[in-house]
Unconditional design. Structure first.
Length: 292
């Protein structure tokens, strides 16, 4: 079983210049701000998910790879290695997620992480995969108001289409945490929907983009997903203080935490960053094999 992480260092000047050129507007800091937590995500994987064999870090270019990374153990995948050139450069995680199954050497069973999702307690293989099926909470919804939910609905509709199922006013949405995925299911789904996926993929986010849920929904509708929730706490930095988040990191009540960034002043960001990094260092003080 492998792990795949998509990562952006928003402080990279080359990357920022490319983004602002194609976006035609200044960078939205909260989407790409670097909290310095990647090494603790990796330490969490090594400590809490010891059954993970390879970890693949998906980035836009070599300049995005942290200087501390041990590239003998942390396998770097560039966007250009898996994404068609016509979509590059890409700043849209939805588009990047469409091509993760193309990573050379990727295991059949892999867990996909955004870089704000952190293992905090020891897990078992069976928490993610059983009998060749993924394990993840799934819920049904009717209204798709904002861009994220429109992308969820687009993904659900496309997964149904790939399997020859009729349209539904309802759409399914996986829980918002790391995703147990089957490479073969992604390949099968992509093969059927390639033309539509390519047409709806874009450098920057759009409501019609499918996201990684396309492949999870395909697994669910084809009977390859067990609808059982992964132990997780969703934590918004707009709701909880840095001290509260730090306390949860030190004494977690769930196996995972997804810690979402929000708009905030530079002063608050620096204070919250310091509190979180101290808590992560306390929780995972030892270097992982992914650090030089």
């Amino acid at each position: 079983m492998d792990a795949v992480i998509t990562y952006v260092d928003g402080l990279d000047g080359v990357w920022r210049a490319d983004y602002e050129k194609f976006a035609g507007k200044p960078l939205l800091e909260k989407r790409f701000r670097d909290w310095g937590t990647l090494k603790y995500l990796l330490r969490g994987i090594e400590t809490c998910l010891p059954f993970i064999e390879n970890v693949w870090l998906v980035v836009s270019s070599d300049s995005q790879v942290p200087a501390w990374a041990d590239r003998k153990n942390l396998h770097v995948v560039l966007h250009g290695d898996i994404i068609p050139s016509g979509l590059l450069p890409v700043f849209n995680s939805c588009t990047i997620e469409m091509f993760l199954h193309r990573i050379p050497g990727l295991a059949e069973e892999f867990i996909y992480f955004n870089d704000d999702m952190f293992p905090l307690a020891v897990c078992r293989k069976e928490d993610f995969f059983r009998d060749g099926k993924g394990v993840m909470g799934m819920s049904w919804h009717l209204f798709a108001g904002n861009m994220y939910k429109k992308q969820c609905k687009a993904s659900s509709d496309m997964a149904r289409k790939a399997l020859g199922k009729g349209r539904s006013p309802f759409f399914v949405r996986p829980q918002h945490i790391c995703s147990p995925m089957l490479k073969s299911a992604s390949q099968d789904c992509f093969r059927v929907l390639e033309a539509e996926i390519m047409a709806k993929s874009s450098r920057l986010r759009r409501p019609e983009n499918p996201n990684q849920y396309l492949y999870l929904d395909y697994m669910y509708f084809s009977g390859r997903m067990i609808p059982e929730r992964i132990s997780n706490r969703h934590i918004s930095q707009g709701v909880y203080s840095g001290a509260q988040i730090a306390e949860f990191i030190r004494r977690p009540a769930t196996s995972f935490a997804c810690i979402n960034d929000v708009e905030m002043t530079d002063e608050k960001y620096l204070q919250m960053r310091e509190e979180m990094l101290a808590a992560f260092e306390s929780r995972f003080p030892d270097k992982s094999r992914f650090e030089s």
